[in-house]
Ligand binder design. Structure first.
Ligand SMILES: N[C@@H](CCC(=O)N[C@@H](CS)C(=O)NCC(=O)O)C(=O)O
Length: 325
């Protein structure tokens, strides 16, 4: 992140205050927003390193939206020009033909000066960003794109559980998903310690909550599990060291570690995780925290595939549906 932008998102007390999502248009089933859900019209752009983007990668796969909504993957290392399509031939996204994600942001708003973030959904014909509103984006994949879901797709945001899912999501966002960033990007001891206390108090609360139930809400996977998973899976690889979230490792919190392994071993979760992108992105991109850009060799990741024992709690990950192929 550029220094000026980093300062713009830091309070006078040294707290990290995340920028608002600038592009909040919605793609809807009936097209009333001007952006109808349609196959081949849009492109989801993600970094496999990014926890906010990772949500959309998981949800798209669980729902079987791969044929309706294509996906571009950026280089995990951002340079001064931001996210780049350097993994693609000639350094261009093959569908939108852009080299930098910022091009699509500027096509939507020439005056935009904030961070050009992933995930973003682009309109392919116009080559512009439609939305970077990551919390709404995955909910819309569940609801507004229902016509294009695969047979057997799970209900990740069922109507009767929405209030409960929204409530859990709100505290998990504030204390955990964004909490790790508030630890890592704090620029005062006080702000760091406050974020650290909140993070681990919430992880303790989540451990208790998950002690006798397999999933966060109801007895199947939902959007709430997707959102917690993307932070937990990065915990030991990057947040524990790089963001100083080190009261314990995930692997030292038995209930959360078993819960995370259970999800990791569920089709659609672990098979979307790229630890190489995750580690290289965090350690080599945030130069204000890690100026040498040295990427640690550890941790040992072999534990992720070990038995978790959580089947004994009951629940069926996909309910009456089926896992993705
Ligand atoms: N859209 C949100 C969250 C998404 C987000 O922060 N994505 C990160 C990657 S994890 C990103 O794209 N950062 C680009 C940058 O900092 O320049 C925001 O604006 O803070």
């Amino acid at each position: 992140m550029a220094e000026a932008q980093f300062k713009a998102e830091t309070s006078t007390r040294g707290e990290w205050v995340r920028q608002a999502n600038r592009f909040t248009e919605r793609i809807t089933a009936d097209g009333s927003s001007g952006w109808p859900a349609q196959p081949d019209r849009y492109r989801l752009v993600v970094s496999l390193a990014c926890p906010w983007a990772h949500r959309s990668v998981i949800v798209r796969r669980l729902l079987g939206l791969e044929d309706a909504l294509s996906m571009g993957i950026v280089d995990p290392i951002r340079d001064r020009r931001g996210w780049r399509f350097t993994l693609d031939p000639q350094g261009k996204d093959p569908v939108t033909k852009i080299s930098f994600l910022s091009q699509a942001y500027l096509r939507a708003d020439l005056e935009f000066r904030g961070r050009c973030t992933v995930p973003a959904i682009l309109d392919v014909a116009e080559g512009r960003v439609v939305t970077n509103d990551y919390p709404q984006l995955t909910l819309d994949l569940s609801t507004e794109w229902a016509k294009y879901h695969r047979n057997g797709a799970p209900q990740l945001y069922p109507e009767h559980l929405r209030t409960e899912i929204d409530e859990i999501n709100a505290v998990v966002y504030a204390d955990v998903n964004n909490g790790v960033y508030r630890c890592g990007f704090a620029t005062s001891q006080e702000a760091y310690e406050e974020a650290f206390e909140r993070l681990f108090a919430r992880l303790d609360w989540l451990s208790e909550h998950l002690a006798d139930r397999r999933y966060l809400v109801g007895d199947t996977i939902t959007e709430a599990d997707v959102r917690l998973f993307t932070t937990l899976v990065r915990f030991d690889a990057v947040y524990h060291g790089h963001f100083k979230c080190n009261r314990q490792k995930l692997a030292e919190m038995p209930i959360l570690w078993a819960y995370a392994r259970d999800l990791f071993q569920t089709p659609g979760f672990g098979d979307t995780v790229d630890f190489d992108h995750i580690k290289r992105h965090y350690y080599a991109t945030h130069d204000q925290i890690n100026p040498t850009k040295i990427v640690p060799v550890g941790p040992d990741l072999s534990g992720w595939r070990t038995p978790h024992g959580r089947e004994a709690l009951g629940g069926k990950p996909f309910g009456t549906g089926t896992p993705p192929g």
